[in-house]
Every structure is written in structure tokens, then in C-alpha cells.
Design a protein. Sequence first.
Length: 408
Amino acid sequence: MNKHPIVLVLNCGSSSVKYQVLDMSSETTMAKGIVERVGTDEARITHDKTGSPTFRTTKPVATHKIAVGEVLALLTDPEMGVIENVSDITAVGHRVVHAGERFSGSVMINKETKQALKDCIDLAPLHNPANITGIAAAEEAMPGTPQAGTFDTAFHQTMPAHAFLYGLPIGLYKKYGMRRYGFHGTSHYWVSKRAAELLGKPIEATKIITCHLGNGASLTAVAGGKSVDTSMGFTPLEGLVMGTRCGDIDPAIVTFLMRKENLSPEQVDDLLNKESGVRGLAQMSHDMRDVEAAAEQGNAQAQTTLDVYCYKIIKYIGAYAAAMNGVDAIVFTAGVGENSPYVREQVCKSLTYLGVDFDYGANEGLKGKERELTKVGSKVKVYTIPTNEELVIAQDALKQVRANGAGD
Ligand code: ADP
């Protein structure tokens, strides 16, 4: 094992490769970036070496393998790079979306785990194939480097049956694995662990509600450090109103739409996943910044969108406080959770019944920083805690590599 372990974290989407290189002796980011529009002649590469100006370029990148090659070339570049050789990378940690019920933790990537990911393609048709392609690309580009995977679903495998089963014929669970899985697991894990530290209690004695509000968004009830319920379900479509996803709706709407608008299953999927949520309601943008700005300028539909968005969060917090028979802390994280004082205020002003004594001054203007947002003596604490999914994936990868004696 290198004295100075370095982990490359890869998050491969259908047309993108996000990366981050971490020095694990200090757990700090050395470089990060993204290759977008993979598969086109005009792929966009953005590379950030910590402490240096951002490098951007556009060039043809036909495949994920070429994208990974571009990333490695940047990382070993004498000027923009952070390592001398690819062999300086101790391990690669992949973010993998869906592991079904197979894994409740991270794993080494090997024949068996790759097959398990293939077996889960039906459950995550948009995400798992891209993750599998990314793993193959990294294996080809770095044949000697151990690879590990961390699953978005793993943290939620502790949910009890009464939380993960739907009111559907039980045969569908047995036949298709039709149940709640939950996503954003690394983020909910990370911020709940940190919240327990801030509470100054052993995590086993805490009840925490974590609100991961990014483009995708989910809430999790974390009791004693374990996920006991979460708002995303069989797929990442269920739950809150998100950037472009509808969240909870009456399931009868699906068949109604198919009949009335003559839509195919794929078209309904697109409508609910890509044209709904904040984008669908506000009809201007999926980005909360644009909608907040428009509402401030008096746009009534933008204001209604914000009202629907926040109301859903308020309802879920109530539900999860009930599910855990109490709550010690509520955490806001991810793009909106970390950066929108407006959303945090709108939500928290409806939580006085729980014992939240919100500190409006502490919240004002706060972006991207860890802070307590409740006054001294507040029965329930509220925190904003920046998430760090890449660090969790890198820690997992290193743990796997060490446990399996690889990378020495
Ligand atoms: P992803 O789910 O893609 O990882 P992020 O967690 O980065 O997303 O969140 C992205 C979203 O965060 C943006 O679409 C935007 O709506 C929101 N966001 C970022 N900055 C702000 C801000 N200052 N105020 C409100 N919303 C913000």
C-alpha cells in the first residue's frame, strides 16, 4: 500500500463521467471535474485542480473508455495534473446506483459483483448500464488498479419490511423485487453521522431526519444511525417534488395519461422524470435559483412552485417524526439544502410544533457551510451540513482494498 493513498472516485452517467481524486492521508480533494456529452464530437471537459484556475475544453469523446482516458491524461498532465503516474492511484471507487437487495455495503468489483449489477439493470435501466460501462472503461484503462463500488441503495437496506413494502400483491415483490429501495444513501449516511457528532450523542441514541435536496431529492428517517424509511422508492421518482421529477402522485394518473394522451410507457416515463417537478410546475426552469428569483419579482406561478416544493418537505418531516416517534435533529444538504436560505426558512417556520426554535439570523444568506440553524435550547436542532458523497465512496474503496489485501 502506498504511504500516501490516493483514490479516484468515478461517477459514470449515461453521457457523463464525473471524477474526483482524493488524497486519503488528509481526506482532501486534489482535483475534480466532469466529462459531459460523452458519445459526441463536442464533449465538454471541465477540470479543477485544487488551488488552480478551472480548465475547460471541448473535443470529440466517443466512448466512456475514451472519457476515462481523457481524465487520466489530465490527472497526469505536468501542469494540470496531480499525480505523476496512473499507478499512483491506490484504488478506484465507483458510485453505483442500484444494488437491489444484494449488497448492504460497499464491495470490491469482481466477476460476481459485476454480474450482480447486471442483474439489477431492470431496476435501474437509466443508471446501472452507465455504471457498468464506467467500470469496464476504468478496468481497461487501469488494469492493475483495484476497483470498488459504493451503492446509492446500500444505506437503506436496514429499512424494516413495513417501510419498504408497498400495498401491492406480495407476488410482485417476490417476482420483480418491487419494493422501496431508496437512493442518495451515501449522502444520508454522511450527514446523519455528522449530525450525531454535532448533537454530541452516540449515533445509536439519535433520531435524525436528513433532507437531501439537489436536482434529485429525498428525505430519510435515520434512527440509531440506520435508515428506517426514505422517500424515494422502487425508483428515484417517488417522494418529493424534484428538479424535473414529479415525486408522489396518484398512480392512477399514469394510466389516465396513457389513455387520454395516447402515451407510450416511455413517453409517460419521460413526462414524469424529465418534464415534471419544479420544471413542470414553474414552466421556466428546473433550477431553484431561477424560480426563487422569479418569485421574488412577483411571478405567481414561481411562488406556487416554491409553495408546493416546501409543503411536500414539511409533510415528510412530520411523517418521519411520527415514524421514529420523535426527532432530535433535522439536516439540510445538497444543492438546494445547502444553498437556499429561503427553502430552509419556509420549511422550518412550520416546525414549531415539533420544538424547532429556528434561528432566522443564522440562516440568512448562508450558503454551502456547516451551521446550526436553531437557537440555544431548541428541543429539535436544525443543521445545514455540506454533503460529501465522494469522500464516503473513497473511504469505502480504501476500506475494501485494505480488507482484501489488494493495492499493496
Ligand atoms: P445533483 O442532484 O445534480 O447532484 P446538486 O446537489 O448539485 O444536484 O443540486 C443542484 C441544484 O441545487 C440546482 O439545480 C439548484 O436548483 C440548486 N441550487 C444550487 N445553488 C442554489 C442556490 N444558491 N439557491 C437555490 N438553489 C440552489
